[in-house]
Design a protein around this ligand. Sequence first.
Ligand code: DLL
Length: 428
Amino acid sequence: MQSENRAGVDLNANSGESLVNVFRYAYANSPFYKNKFAEAGLKLDDIKRPEDIQKLPFTVKSDLRSAYPYGMAAVPMEKIVRIHASSGTTGKPIVAGYTSHDLDQWAKAVAALCEMAGVTKRDVAQVSFGYGLFTGGFGLHYGLEKLGATVVPFSSGNTERQLSLMKDFGTTVLVSTPSFAIYMAETARDLGYDPLSFGLRLGLFGGEPCSEAMREEIEKAWGLKATSNYGLTEVVGPGVSGECGETAGLHILEDLFFPEIIDPLTGKNLPDGEAGELVLTPLFKEGFPVIRYRTGDITRIIPEPCPCGRPQRRMDYITGRSDDMIIIKGVNIFPSQIEEILAGFVEVSPHYLLVLHKQKGFIKDLEIRVELTPEGFSDRFKDLEILEGRIRQRLRSTLSLAPRIKLMEPKSLDRTTGKAKRIVESEE
Ligand code: DLL
């Protein structure tokens, strides 16, 4: 059975066959992969059936870093029409190059996800992701345009002007990181507006995790339905997976991306339902193909079908990045576990910062800076001491963790117009 959604993406393509073709394409055209496959002792005939994919080596971030800037190209540079790059805080950025075919497929993918989230041609969508090397702005822009929505390419920053144009232009869909959506609501209130009066109906949020507490806060503040979409520069940008109206996990566009979940320690494939590291192979890329890319993102494939009836399987929300795992005094934790515990306190806002105090490269101590809500804040020292004790007790009993807790006044932690920074290191 073949089915196409309105954005023109074939939702039932045979990804197994495509995988073999991706391998053959990379073998024939990418010097990087030819070399990598030769090192792994693989010949063209070794990969014939979809199951054979498990023989292929993984591609990891350091591969892409060492190929900087154009070493991943599988076409002459004259066929590359766009470059994006990840912001990466350390080392060289990861570069992605796109042919016009790649850009077209990318726009179709994003259009399909936007449609799935509920965007229509009648919507006015304000893109508040940065336009630039980051894939968020351009990625959402062309997808929304392909779908036929009216796109307002605002880019990130300039919050007050964003709000004023949002009102004037009758924006109905906000496209940003969840952190920025929260910050915009705060700024609107500071300026004397009720965010509910803006008339937003839908949020397309992505680029970073959005906890249930954050989602609730955004939905309540703006009166919109918040949806999440996922992607990464290395495999294309946004466009890999996104939520439908059920908001119960993110449907993966399986005709365009082959997902696997592996045990991050052994590299073995895990069955649906089990959590591990997401590995992705985009099936359409001409320019800079990547095969079995280890995303570092921890999730699982949800085995049950979605009540919406769509055939694409869903991935669960990202619970952490394998490289974000904090090992402190023998305890392994992800920031999202701390976030979940903090969210259980009504006095606490969704803004927090983990400060890793290091000595000779090792984490000696963890400090959690927790910002309070105006209602949760008190100028009585005793009240704050009691709250601090309750938070510490909950962290100890749930995560066996006894960090320093620093309660912060409302609005004292830095806000962001892009992705929130949750971890900082301090070397003592
Ligand atoms: O953030 C692409 C993107 C832009 C996706 C806009 C969605 C919307 P990078 O800057 O390369 O690309 O960062 C990719 O961000 O590996 C995840 O760790 C995280 N991430 C992206 N989307 C989500 C999400 C873009 N919906 C990295 N939930 C990924 C959780 C996300 N984490």
